[in-house]
Design a protein around this ligand. Structure first.
Ligand SMILES: CC(C)(COP(=O)(O)OP(=O)(O)OC[C@H]1O[C@@H](n2cnc3c(N)ncnc32)[C@H](O)[C@@H]1OP(=O)(O)O)[C@@H](O)C(=O)NCCC(=O)NCCS
Length: 148
Protein backbone atom coordinates (compact mmCIF):
# COMPACT_ATOMS: atom_id res chain seq x y z
CA UNK A 1 0.00 0.00 0.00
CA UNK A 2 1.14 3.60 -0.58
CA UNK A 3 3.17 5.30 2.14
CA UNK A 4 0.43 7.89 2.73
CA UNK A 5 -1.98 6.41 5.28
CA UNK A 6 -5.51 5.37 4.41
CA UNK A 7 -8.00 6.93 6.83
CA UNK A 8 -11.52 5.53 7.19
CA UNK A 9 -14.48 7.55 8.41
CA UNK A 10 -18.25 7.60 8.28
CA UNK A 11 -19.91 10.49 6.46
CA UNK A 12 -23.42 11.90 6.74
CA UNK A 13 -25.71 10.75 3.92
CA UNK A 14 -26.76 14.35 3.28
CA UNK A 15 -23.48 16.01 4.31
CA UNK A 16 -20.87 18.03 2.44
CA UNK A 17 -18.72 14.97 1.61
CA UNK A 18 -21.50 13.26 -0.33
CA UNK A 19 -20.72 14.94 -3.65
CA UNK A 20 -17.10 13.74 -3.57
CA UNK A 21 -18.25 10.25 -2.60
CA UNK A 22 -20.68 10.28 -5.54
CA UNK A 23 -17.84 11.39 -7.84
CA UNK A 24 -15.84 8.30 -6.86
CA UNK A 25 -18.86 6.01 -7.23
CA UNK A 26 -19.55 7.47 -10.67
CA UNK A 27 -15.94 7.12 -11.81
CA UNK A 28 -15.52 3.53 -10.57
CA UNK A 29 -18.98 1.99 -10.88
CA UNK A 30 -20.97 3.89 -13.53
CA UNK A 31 -18.76 5.74 -16.03
CA UNK A 32 -16.94 2.56 -17.20
CA UNK A 33 -20.38 1.11 -18.10
CA UNK A 34 -21.33 4.19 -20.14
CA UNK A 35 -23.95 5.18 -17.55
CA UNK A 36 -24.70 8.81 -16.66
CA UNK A 37 -23.82 10.69 -13.47
CA UNK A 38 -27.56 10.85 -12.65
CA UNK A 39 -27.62 7.07 -12.12
CA UNK A 40 -25.29 7.21 -9.10
CA UNK A 41 -27.76 8.08 -6.34
CA UNK A 42 -30.28 5.56 -4.97
CA UNK A 43 -33.75 6.51 -3.71
CA UNK A 44 -32.85 5.00 -0.31
CA UNK A 45 -29.47 6.75 -0.18
CA UNK A 46 -30.22 8.77 2.95
CA UNK A 47 -31.20 5.59 4.83
CA UNK A 48 -27.72 4.13 4.20
CA UNK A 49 -24.57 4.22 6.29
CA UNK A 50 -21.72 5.69 4.23
CA UNK A 51 -18.12 4.75 5.00
CA UNK A 52 -15.25 6.31 3.04
CA UNK A 53 -11.50 5.76 2.75
CA UNK A 54 -9.34 8.86 2.29
CA UNK A 55 -5.72 9.31 1.33
CA UNK A 56 -4.22 12.77 1.76
CA UNK A 57 -7.76 14.07 2.26
CA UNK A 58 -9.02 12.66 -1.07
CA UNK A 59 -11.76 10.01 -1.16
CA UNK A 60 -10.25 6.85 -2.67
CA UNK A 61 -12.79 4.26 -1.56
CA UNK A 62 -16.31 3.86 -0.23
CA UNK A 63 -18.94 1.37 0.78
CA UNK A 64 -22.60 1.74 1.84
CA UNK A 65 -24.84 -0.32 4.11
CA UNK A 66 -28.62 -0.30 3.86
CA UNK A 67 -30.35 -1.92 6.86
CA UNK A 68 -33.14 -3.48 4.81
CA UNK A 69 -33.77 -6.70 6.78
CA UNK A 70 -34.91 -7.20 10.39
CA UNK A 71 -31.52 -8.60 11.44
CA UNK A 72 -29.25 -7.38 8.68
CA UNK A 73 -28.80 -5.34 5.57
CA UNK A 74 -27.23 -4.87 2.18
CA UNK A 75 -23.65 -3.84 1.46
CA UNK A 76 -23.55 -1.79 -1.74
CA UNK A 77 -21.60 0.73 -3.82
CA UNK A 78 -18.27 -0.89 -2.95
CA UNK A 79 -15.67 1.10 -4.89
CA UNK A 80 -11.93 1.72 -4.77
CA UNK A 81 -10.14 4.24 -7.00
CA UNK A 82 -8.60 2.41 -9.97
CA UNK A 83 -5.07 3.54 -9.05
CA UNK A 84 -5.33 1.92 -5.58
CA UNK A 85 -7.17 -1.32 -6.33
CA UNK A 86 -5.49 -4.51 -5.14
CA UNK A 87 -3.73 -2.77 -2.25
CA UNK A 88 -6.04 -3.70 0.62
CA UNK A 89 -8.35 -0.65 0.66
CA UNK A 90 -11.46 -2.69 -0.17
CA UNK A 91 -10.68 -5.18 2.58
CA UNK A 92 -10.21 -2.33 5.11
CA UNK A 93 -13.57 -0.82 4.17
CA UNK A 94 -15.52 -4.08 4.36
CA UNK A 95 -13.94 -5.10 7.67
CA UNK A 96 -14.60 -1.66 9.19
CA UNK A 97 -18.19 -1.76 7.94
CA UNK A 98 -18.69 -5.25 9.37
CA UNK A 99 -17.39 -4.11 12.77
CA UNK A 100 -19.98 -1.30 12.81
CA UNK A 101 -22.76 -3.56 11.57
CA UNK A 102 -22.02 -6.19 14.22
CA UNK A 103 -21.67 -3.57 16.98
CA UNK A 104 -25.17 -2.39 16.06
CA UNK A 105 -26.46 -5.93 16.66
CA UNK A 106 -27.02 -7.04 13.07
CA UNK A 107 -26.33 -10.69 12.25
CA UNK A 108 -26.01 -10.79 8.49
CA UNK A 109 -24.90 -8.79 5.43
CA UNK A 110 -26.08 -9.54 1.90
CA UNK A 111 -24.95 -7.99 -1.35
CA UNK A 112 -25.28 -8.01 -5.14
CA UNK A 113 -21.85 -9.04 -6.42
CA UNK A 114 -20.67 -8.43 -9.93
CA UNK A 115 -19.26 -11.76 -11.03
CA UNK A 116 -15.86 -10.08 -11.47
CA UNK A 117 -15.86 -9.20 -7.73
CA UNK A 118 -17.06 -12.56 -6.33
CA UNK A 119 -13.49 -13.62 -5.49
CA UNK A 120 -12.97 -10.44 -3.47
CA UNK A 121 -16.06 -11.07 -1.33
CA UNK A 122 -15.22 -14.77 -0.96
CA UNK A 123 -11.87 -13.72 0.53
CA UNK A 124 -13.85 -11.82 3.13
CA UNK A 125 -16.11 -14.75 4.06
CA UNK A 126 -19.14 -14.15 1.83
CA UNK A 127 -20.77 -17.02 -0.05
CA UNK A 128 -22.80 -17.10 -3.24
CA UNK A 129 -26.56 -17.72 -2.92
CA UNK A 130 -28.99 -18.55 -5.70
CA UNK A 131 -28.96 -18.15 -9.44
CA UNK A 132 -27.12 -15.61 -11.59
CA UNK A 133 -28.93 -12.46 -12.72
CA UNK A 134 -28.15 -9.28 -14.62
CA UNK A 135 -27.83 -5.84 -13.05
CA UNK A 136 -26.47 -2.67 -14.71
CA UNK A 137 -25.99 -4.94 -17.74
CA UNK A 138 -23.49 -7.18 -15.91
CA UNK A 139 -23.73 -10.76 -14.60
CA UNK A 140 -24.28 -10.80 -10.83
CA UNK A 141 -24.84 -13.22 -7.95
CA UNK A 142 -26.32 -12.64 -4.52
CA UNK A 143 -23.82 -13.20 -1.71
CA UNK A 144 -24.22 -13.27 2.05
CA UNK A 145 -22.26 -13.52 5.30
CA UNK A 146 -23.81 -14.47 8.65
CA UNK A 147 -22.63 -14.30 12.24
CA UNK A 148 -23.94 -16.37 15.15
C1 LIG B 1 -13.63 -5.04 -6.11
C2 LIG B 1 -12.90 -3.97 -5.29
C3 LIG B 1 -13.91 -3.21 -4.43
C4 LIG B 1 -11.87 -4.66 -4.37
O1 LIG B 1 -11.18 -3.70 -3.59
P1 LIG B 1 -9.57 -3.73 -3.57
O2 LIG B 1 -9.09 -2.66 -2.68
O3 LIG B 1 -9.10 -3.71 -4.99
O4 LIG B 1 -9.31 -5.18 -2.95
P2 LIG B 1 -8.24 -5.61 -1.83
O5 LIG B 1 -6.90 -5.17 -2.30
O6 LIG B 1 -8.68 -5.13 -0.50
O7 LIG B 1 -8.33 -7.19 -1.96
C5 LIG B 1 -8.57 -8.05 -0.85
C6 LIG B 1 -8.35 -9.48 -1.33
O8 LIG B 1 -9.29 -9.77 -2.39
C7 LIG B 1 -8.59 -10.08 -3.59
N1 LIG B 1 -9.30 -9.44 -4.69
C8 LIG B 1 -9.47 -8.12 -4.90
N2 LIG B 1 -10.23 -7.90 -5.99
C9 LIG B 1 -10.54 -9.13 -6.47
C10 LIG B 1 -11.30 -9.57 -7.58
N3 LIG B 1 -11.92 -8.69 -8.40
N4 LIG B 1 -11.41 -10.90 -7.78
C11 LIG B 1 -10.81 -11.79 -6.97
N5 LIG B 1 -10.08 -11.42 -5.88
C12 LIG B 1 -9.95 -10.10 -5.65
C13 LIG B 1 -7.20 -9.50 -3.43
O9 LIG B 1 -6.25 -10.19 -4.22
C14 LIG B 1 -6.98 -9.70 -1.95
O10 LIG B 1 -6.63 -11.06 -1.71
P3 LIG B 1 -5.65 -11.57 -0.54
O11 LIG B 1 -6.57 -12.07 0.53
O12 LIG B 1 -4.84 -12.61 -1.16
O13 LIG B 1 -4.84 -10.38 -0.08
C15 LIG B 1 -12.15 -2.96 -6.19
O14 LIG B 1 -11.18 -3.65 -6.96
C16 LIG B 1 -13.05 -2.17 -7.11
O15 LIG B 1 -13.49 -1.07 -6.76
N6 LIG B 1 -13.34 -2.72 -8.31
C17 LIG B 1 -14.19 -2.02 -9.28
C18 LIG B 1 -15.62 -1.84 -8.77
C19 LIG B 1 -16.28 -3.12 -8.34
O16 LIG B 1 -16.20 -4.14 -9.02
N7 LIG B 1 -16.96 -3.04 -7.18
C20 LIG B 1 -17.69 -4.16 -6.64
C21 LIG B 1 -19.05 -4.18 -7.23
S1 LIG B 1 -20.00 -5.57 -6.63
Amino acid sequence: MSDAPIVLRAIEPKGSDLEAEHDLRYRVLREPLGMGRETVAFAFESDCWHLIAERRGVIVGCVLFHPDEPTGGRLLQMAVDATLQGQGVGRLLVQALEARVRAAGFLTIHLHARDTAIGFYERLGYTVEGDPYTEVGLPHHHMRKRWE
